[in-house]
Design a binder for this molecule. Structure first.
Ligand code: OXD
Ligand code: MN
Length: 592
């Protein structure tokens, strides 16, 4: 497949280590994929779903101990511990290589070693990067073929270059005690052992496109962010692009695929999806920031996805999709999950493959769920009805606005604009979300998640903040405007006040108007908030007083917030950029 010496040397090294029975290069061809699907069905690794209703769709079940990303077993292995920073687990690279090679030694005995050359981003795009994943799992191969670009051309584009990321995965014994997800940013290397769950083994995604790529971006002057990218088309046919970062469980995929309210659709407003999870951004020749989605599919959470919450995501899963840990409806061999519809299947297997008893289903008790709460679909982006025409183009889309957000019951207003790029970086660095019942642990606990990158930043987070500040200097007045949104303000009974979902379009329109200098705003201590009359409430069951309410900045709440941010910043010590400390001081004074 290639004469690239750096590739051949690494493959030889891994092959000698794991001792496979056979080696297969993956070229992404239809015949090869079909053949692998057949093999996986024969061994039970995949279950073939109803091919009339769900053509080319399959179901996979992971081990019960292997259903989510494992942040406590995820390591950044840099020579100097300081380079990983206070928010990452660190391990000495030499020691970690020894440990992992000991675990993986001979682990492919009797098995096939699959070699997957893939491109993150359109093949050949100046914003794309190449990786090669070695795995012993057909499930991984078939998911990588959906999530990345796997094609013979990848190796042609790579040529003799050494600029590619080494991704080695071995299932070993799926032993949670020996599970490690390790990034070696200095070597462009990722090693994942003892897991078969997507987020830990589809190494192009979080491991490469965020952890390794964020480090590469820092060294090379670009940005790898945990952001969706969408295009907002106005009735004149002009499309403006925004990138948005939210912690998990804040509706990123829903916002990326939003369907505007009917009256706006009738006027000609549309949303186009470029990406739902990751954004790679570089400064273009015209000095603006251009973004690509390095992925080629959606690895979305199934529960809660339905025709109303996210029609476009659901449509995306109707062909060529791999479902993981959802329920199997035995009546027609289709899939089901909590929140798909109200028809609990009478004759179904739960995500563990056991007979499911719908009469015992209790929404508040996860153990009675048919689908695992973190069950997933891996769906080709090309299936998405609102996929952007720019999605496959390598040039990237110019970003007008960057949006941060989180779940805050009382704190952040519905939307506000930062006073400057630096102030926007401050807002991102202090980003936080309150835990929901969907996650383990207490509800309502504030978790700081700077730029939604806490589990994904491949280096010292204070250096990452500085990198953001430096990018702003380079961008100057061409920098995207930075905003913060909060769809989750609640009333005294704990009910959400803002309707969210498609109605978030009303807020996006204000954001774009601000970028174009078309909307006014009121300056507050934290930033610019909309004039209430500038958020369009047409056909919405909300009066302007309620809107005013969710646009308020509560001084007492924010004084507490400042104290919390101060504590959060303590972690970074002297390394915290002085600019951010100044921003915090300014906010404190503004609140007085
Ligand atoms: C994801 C996450 O799976 O952010 O995308 O957790
Ligand atoms: Mn994500």
């Amino acid at each position: 497949m290639t004469n690239n010496k750096t590739v051949l040397k690494w493959i030889d090294e891994i092959k000698n280590l794991v001792n496979p029975n056979e080696v297969v290069w993956i070229d992404g061809s239809k015949e090869q994929i079909e053949d692998l699907r057949k093999q996986a069905v024969a061994t039970g690794e995949l279950f073939k779903l109803n091919q009339e209703l769900l053509p080319d769709c399959y179901l996979h079940r992971t081990k019960e101990n292997d259903v989510a990303r494992v942040e406590d077993r995820t390591f950044i292995c840099t020579t100097d511990k300081e380079d990983a920073g206070p928010t990452n687990n660190w391990y000495d690279p030499k020691e970690m290589y020894t440990k992992l090679y000991d675990i993986a030694r001979n682990s492919y005995t009797g098995k096939t070693m699959y070699i997957i050359p893939f491109s993150m981003g359109p093949i050949g795009s100046p914003l794309a990067k190449i990786g090669i994943e070695i795995t012993d799992s057909i499930y991984v191969v078939l998911n990588m073929v959906i999530m990345t670009r796997v094609d013979k051309k990848v190796l042609e584009v790579l040529g003799d270059s050494n600029d590619w990321v080494r991704c080695f995965h071995s299932r070993c014994d799926i032993d949670p005690e020996k599970r490690y997800i390790c990034q070696f940013p200095e070597d462009n290397t990722i090693i994942s052992v003892n897991s078969g769950y997507g987020g830990n083994v589809l190494l192009g995604k979080k491991c490469f496109a965020l952890r390794i790529a964020s480090y590469q971006g820092w060294k090379e002057g670009w940005m790898a962010e945990h952001m969706l990218i969408l295009g907002l088309e106005n009735p004149k046919g002009e499309v403006k692009y925004v990138a948005a970062a939210f912690p998990s469980a804040c509706g990123k995929t829903n916002l990326a695929m939003l369907i505007p309210p009917e009256y706006l659709r009738e006027k000609g407003y549309k949303i186009w999806t470029v990406g739902d999870d990751i954004s790679w951004m570089r400064i273009g020749e015209d000095g603006r920031l251009y973004a690509i989605n390095p992925e080629n599919g959606f690895f979305g959470v199934a529960p809660g996805t339905n025709e109303k919450s996210n029609f476009n995501a659901l449509e995306s899963t109707k062909k060529g999709t791999i479902f993981t840990n959802v329920a199997l409806d035995l009546n027609d061999n289709t899939v089901w999950w909590e929140g798909l519809n109200k028809n609990l299947p009478e004759n179904a297997l739960d995500w563990k493959g056991n007979k499911w008893d719908p009469s015992k289903f209790d929404k508040t008790d996860k153990s009675t769920c048919a689908a695992h709460p973190n069950s997933r679909f891996t769906a080709p982006a090309a299936n998405c009805p609102c996929i952007s025409s720019e999605f496959d183009k390598g040039a990237g889309v110019p970003i007008s606005a960057i949006i941060f957000g989180g779940r805050r019951a009382k704190c952040a207003p519905l939307v506000y604009q930062s006073k400057s790029w630096e102030n926007g970086v401050f807002i991102g660095s202090a980003m936080a979300s309150e835990t929901t019942a969907a996650a383990a642990g207490a509800v309502g606990v504030v978790r700081r998640d700077p730029m939604a990158m806490l589990p994904f930043c491949g280096y010292h987070m204070a250096d990452y903040f500085q990198h953001w500040l430096d990018m702003g200097k380079k961008l100057g007045d061409k920098a995207p405007k930075i905003f913060n949104v909060n769809w989750f303000r609640t009333d005294d009974e704990g009910n959400f006040i803002w309707p969210g979902f498609g109605d978030n379009m009303r807020v996006l329109n204000w954001i774009i108007d601000r970028c174009e200098g078309k909307a006014d705003a009121t300056e507050t201590a934290i930033g610019y908030i909309p004039k209430p009359e500038d958020i369009d409430l047409t056909n919405l069951d909300m009066d302007i007083e309620t809107l005013k309410d969710i646009l308020t900045v509560d001084k007492d709440v924010w004084e507490k917030e400042v104290e919390e941010i101060e504590k959060h910043y303590e972690k970074f010590g002297d390394k915290l950029p002085a600019e951010l400390r100044n921003q915090l001081e300014t906010l404190k004074n503004n609140l007085k």
